[in-house]
Design a protein around this ligand. Structure first.
Ligand SMILES: Nc1ncnc2c1ncn2[C@@H]1O[C@H](COP(=O)(O)OP(=O)(O)OP(=O)(O)O)[C@@H](O)[C@H]1O
Ligand SMILES: [Mg+2]
Length: 253
């Protein structure tokens, strides 16, 4: 299988200052993994285990302390911003709370248009309508603001916005955690359909073992900033090796 990402010894720490001392805490420590093109790579772990930090470091939204990030055989760890710009639009991130990524003062259609490159205004508008339609938002709603939509619809708009830059890779950071269970299923299926349609690869972050089992081809389990187990999702569910994985799967969080 073609490798999209290779990560070697990736670490990121934060300095925690209290009244009496300074402490260095590793949000992620010595991460080694590969993500293959076209797969959904699940990342699961309890709150604070470093999942979001890993996703952001991978796509260079946060600087690592140490380690190597290789995207399609090119090391991007130390690329300067002017060169990194070329990569930025290939990577997208979708958060739990779409309010973080949607400008409240823009019509949803304009939000999607913003990301579309190299077209005139009419073409951008047509493309935005097409993308919104693909994620299940009708064109009659082009001139509605984010607050006029339901949570599920807002996440659909965030997905259309992410697709607008024609990305190759999307970090999905708990994208359905704020939604009702019935809506969760619809959005997960939308992610799967879009992946096939646009040849995407996902890093899918969640703390929900049912969701990860449903969606992920392979899976890494994170515990206190480290990967404790990695493998095919079904194999891990059938035969979890690390004690923490066993506990996590038993607890059915
Ligand atoms: N900007 C920051 N400054 C200091 N510490 C941070 C910062 N960002 C993250 N951390 C710490 O790094 C650790 C990992 O955080 P991270 O947000 O990556 O965890 P997470 O697995 O995504 O958690 P959650 O499931 O709650 O989203 C936590 O201990 C967190 O407090
Ligand atoms: Mg997080």
């Amino acid at each position: 299988m073609e490798k999209l990402w290779k990560v070697e010894n990736l670490s990121k720490s934060y300095e925690i200052k209290s009244e009496f001392k300074r402490e260095k805490i590793y949000a992620i420590e010595n991460i080694n993994l590969e993500i293959y093109k076209g797969e959904i790579f699940g990342l699961i772990g309890e709150s604070g285990s470093g999942k979001t930090t890993f996703g952001k470091v991978l796509i260079r939204l946060i600087e690592p302390d140490d380690g190597k990030i290789i995207f399609k055989n090119t090391e991007i760890t130390n690329l300067k911003e002017n060169i990194l710009r070329k990569y930025r639009k290939k990577f997208q991130i979708i958060f739990q709370d779409p309010y973080k990524s949607l400008n409240p003062r823009l019509y949803c259609g304009y939000i999607v248009m913003e990301g579309i490159q190299g077209k005139n205004r009419n073409e951008k508008m047509e493309k935005a309508i097409e993308l919104l339609n693909l994620v299940g938002i009708k064109k009659e709603r082009f001139y509605d603001y984010p607050h006029q939509f339901s949570g599920g619809e807002r996440q659909r708009i965030a997905i259309a916005r992410a697709l607008s830059t024609e990305p190759e890779f999307i970090v999905c950071d708990e994208p359905t955690s704020n939604l009702d269970v019935s809506i969760q299923g619809q959005i997960l299926n939308l992610f799967i359909d879009l992946k096939e349609k646009f040849n995407l690869t996902y890093l899918f972050i969640t703390h929900n073992i049912k969701i990860v089992r449903f969606i992920a081809d392979r899976l890494a389990i994170m515990y206190k900033g480290k990967i404790v187990e990695i493998g095919k999702t079904e194999e891990i569910f059938e035969n979890p090796k690390h004690p923490y994985t066993q506990k996590l799967l038993e607890s059915r969080i």
